[in-house]
Structures are given as C-alpha cells and as structure tokens.
Design a protein around this ligand. Structure first.
Ligand code: NAD
Ligand code: AHE
Ligand code: ZN
Length: 370
C-alpha cells in the first residue's frame, strides 16, 4: 500500500513529505495507523547527523499513538481496532534481559532495530523501488507503519491520541526516570538540568512522589515559568556560569548536595555538573540526555570514591507493554499532566517547523496530527 510519510533522505536536510510504499505485516508483526506523533529531541539529534546509529534514508519518529489495522500470522496480543503506542524499547518477556527483572532493555530485536530493519532483516518501507530504513523500530513520522507485536503497548480507547503519543517517549522517560530508575522518595532534594520535553516530566514525576526541593537548571530563562508550572521550587539560570560556580550554588540550594540529579540536556559538560552537585556519600545522578557521537563523560574518580553514583536510563526504565498502559491511566486519572506541555499541534506537511521551534527553544512538545 501507499502511505504519506516525512522521509529523512539525508542528514542535516529538511524532511520531505512523500508517498512511500509500505508492505503489510509479516508473521509476528502489526500494521498501525499512526494518528499522532510527538517530535522528540532525539529525532532532531539523528536528523542532525549526531547519532552513531543514524541511517538514511529513513522515516524518523518514535513517539506515536495509533490504531492497529492489520496483524500478521501468529499475532495474539492485539487485534485490528486496538489503540496502541509503538515501543522503541519492546518487551518480549522471554529474553535474558526481560527475564532478569533487572532492566527494561529487551534485547529480542535490538540488533536489527539498530540497523533500521525489521527482525527478519528487511524493511517494509520503500520509495521508487529503493528501501527506506525504519527508525528506533517505530517510524512514526508515517501515517501507517509496521512494528513487531512485542513493540506495541495496548492502551485504553478513551485516551486521546494527541496527548497519549507523548507517553511513547517523553512522559514515560521523565516520570519513569524518577519512579523506576532513581526511585526518588518523599522529602528528597532533586536537581533537574534541561527543562524541555523530558526535564519537565522529571519535575512532575518528582512532585508526584513528594520530593522536597525540586531545582531546575536551564540556560533559557523562559523555562523558569515552565518548571514552576509542574512543581519546580527553585530555578538556576546557568548561562555563563562556570561548573564550579554552578555546583557551589546547587550545594547551597540543596543543603549540601542533591539526593538525585537528572541530566536532560545531552551535553556531557552538564552531565559532569549534574554528578558533582550530588550529595557526598549517597547522591545519584541519572543521565537521560543522549550525547552526540564521539562525546565522552569525565569527572575525578574521587567524586565516585566519595559515594556519588552515576547511572543512565532509557525510556525511564519502563517495561513498555506493562507500564505504558499504567502511565496512560495516571494521565487519564489526573495524576500527571500532559496537555499543557503540548505547545504546538501541526499537520504532517509542517513537520519541519516542529524541528525549528525546538531548536529556537520555543516549543516544549510539538505533536503532528495525521
Ligand atoms: P528539549 O530540546 O525539549 O529540551 C532540552 C532543554 O535543555 C532545553 O530547555 C534547553 O534550553 C536545555 N539546555 C540545553 N543546553 C543546556 C545547558 N548547557 N545547560 C542547561 N540546560 C540546557 O529536548 P528533550 O526532548 O527534552 O530531550 C532532552 C534530552 O533527552 C535529549 O538529549 C534527548 O535526546 C534525550 N532523551 C533521552 C531519552 C532516554 O530514553 N534516555 C528519551 C528521550 C529523550
Ligand atoms: N543510537 C544512539 C543512542 C540513542 C539512545 O540512547 N536512545 C535511547 C532512547 S532516546 C529516546 O528519545 C535508548 O533507548 N537507548 C537504548 C537503546 O538500546 O538504544 C547511539 O549513541 O548509538
Ligand atoms: Zn524520544
């Protein structure tokens, strides 16, 4: 069949809206009509050629919501008509990682996914007879896409697509980093670096679990009002500040250091600051931001010798098929907010505007409605 999609033909070039060919689902796969998709900074990072796994031409997008329209042979967990969220972190419930109970990083299809291919090693998308690669196993910048059955989470049908798509990455990543990865507790002091589509969700997660001080750090002063809306108690504009001065200020604001800090910028210098503002003896810093290819983190080992812990998290440590429906419930029951963070709703034709708004710091989340 034909479907409209925004294709990344080359790095650093705007996406092009074209009609691509899409093959139907093979055994163990499902075809989903994407109704809405968010644009995450990770899409921009890949489009900008900063992802060591970036492959072109490809159809980006990994934060979608839609409806199953067709299932391949052997699919039992979803059926046509079901509302689903595509999962870039699938949950097979059978691999060593899933069975370990220690991680959400299912390894069943990671190797082919990283090469832009379906588990059988082929692509379902093509354009003028040439293959178009999948992205993060999702390719939600296409009106229709094909996914492995283990990479869709079934959700309730009364959840609006426009807001629930954000649970496909940003909401789950931010809230999950607090709840699953850090396990922030009542009364903890938290520092969040980068108050964008992810950082604001860390803030609302920290507020939800009863953190005491929630300190936001950003170089965009407009982000102070945004942070306060979701529970931030203090703001530091770190623009032009040295690492030493930023750390000193944060130690003062947290009475000796953060119990937990979160990097939501992808900047490796910020990651160091985030570690070093943690409390001596126990503070944990969680890296969420994705750094560009070739970048490395560093600090004095003494920072770790004296009890600070450096951790990372993907998709907020959430097991997609199990946890995503619960996070949708949290939203539908008013435990967390999504709608105010969706600052722009655009048609697919205007998807490049979503990237411009993000780069100018003018959007929190742009959502493309099909
Ligand atoms: P965003 O563009 O919406 O927000 C980034 C924020 O960081 C902005 O407010 C910006 O002003 C701020 N910032 C930039 N440089 C800074 C600096 N030096 N100091 C302080 N603040 C700074 O991006 P997003 O969608 O929120 O994504 C944030 C990061 O998280 C990206 O690197 C993205 O790739 C990554 N990400 C990771 C996961 C995961 O599973 N680990 C999931 C989603 C996104
Ligand atoms: N491909 C990159 C890494 C990108 C990355 O870390 N992605 C996160 C999700 S970001 C969502 O917005 C992730 O889930 N990582 C775990 C995984 O298995 O990809 C690189 O550096 O090669
Ligand atoms: Zn994302």
């Amino acid at each position: 069949m034909k479907t409209r999609a925004a294709v990344a033909f080359e790095a650093k070039k705007p996406l092009e809206i074209v009609e691509v060919d899409l093959e139907g689902p093979k055994p163990g796969e499902v075809m989903v009509e994407i109704k809405a998709t968010g644009v995450c900074h990770t899409d921009a990072y890949t489009l900008d050629g900063l992802d060591s796994e970036g492959i072109f031409p490809s159809i980006l997008g990994h934060e979608g919501a839609g409806v199953v329209v067709e299932v391949g042979a052997g699919v039992t967990s979803v059926k046509p008509g079901d509302h689903v969220i595509p999962l870039y972190t699938p949950e097979c419930r059978q691999c060593k990682s899933c069975l370990s109970g220690k991680t959400n990083l299912c390894t069943a299809i990671r190797a082919t996914q990283g090469k832009g291919l379906m588990p059988d090693g082929t692509t379902r998308f093509s354009y003028k007879g040439q293959p178009i690669f999948h992205y993060m196993g999702c390719s939600t910048f296409s009106n229709y896409t094909v996914l492995p059955e283990i990479a869709v989470a079934k959700i309730r049908e009364d959840a609006p697509f426009q807001s629930s798509c954000y649970v496909g990455c940003g909401v789950t990543t931010g809230v999950g980093a607090v709840v699953n990865t850090a396990k922030v507790q009542v009364g903890n002091n938290v520092v969040v670096f980068g108050l964008g589509g992810i950082g604001l969700n860390v803030i609302q997660g920290a507020k939800m679990v009863g953190a005491d001080r929630i300190i936001g750090v950003d170089i965009n002063p407009d982000r102070e009002a945004w942070g306060r809306k979701f529970g931030m108690t203090h703001f530091l504009n770190s623009k032009g500040m040295s690492r030493e001065d930023t750390v000193a200020k944060l130690l003062e604001l947290t009475d000796g250091g953060a119990d937990y800090s979160f990097d939501c910028t992808g900047n490796t210098e910020v990651m160091r600051t985030a570690l070093e503002c943690c409390h001596r003896g126990w503070g944990e810093s969680i890296i969420i931001g994705v750094a560009e290819a070739g970048k490395e983190i560093s600090t004095r080992p003494f920072q770790l010798v004296t009890g600070r812990v450096w951790k990372g998290t993907a998709f907020g440590g959430a097991k997609g098929r199990t946890d995503v429906p619960k996070i949708i419930d949290w939203y539908m029951n008013g435990k967390i907010e999504i709608d105010p963070m969706i600052t722009h709703v655009l048609p697919l034709d205007e998807i490049n505007k979503a990237f411009d708004l993000m780069h100018k710091g003018e959007s929190i989340r742009s959502v493309i409605l099909f």
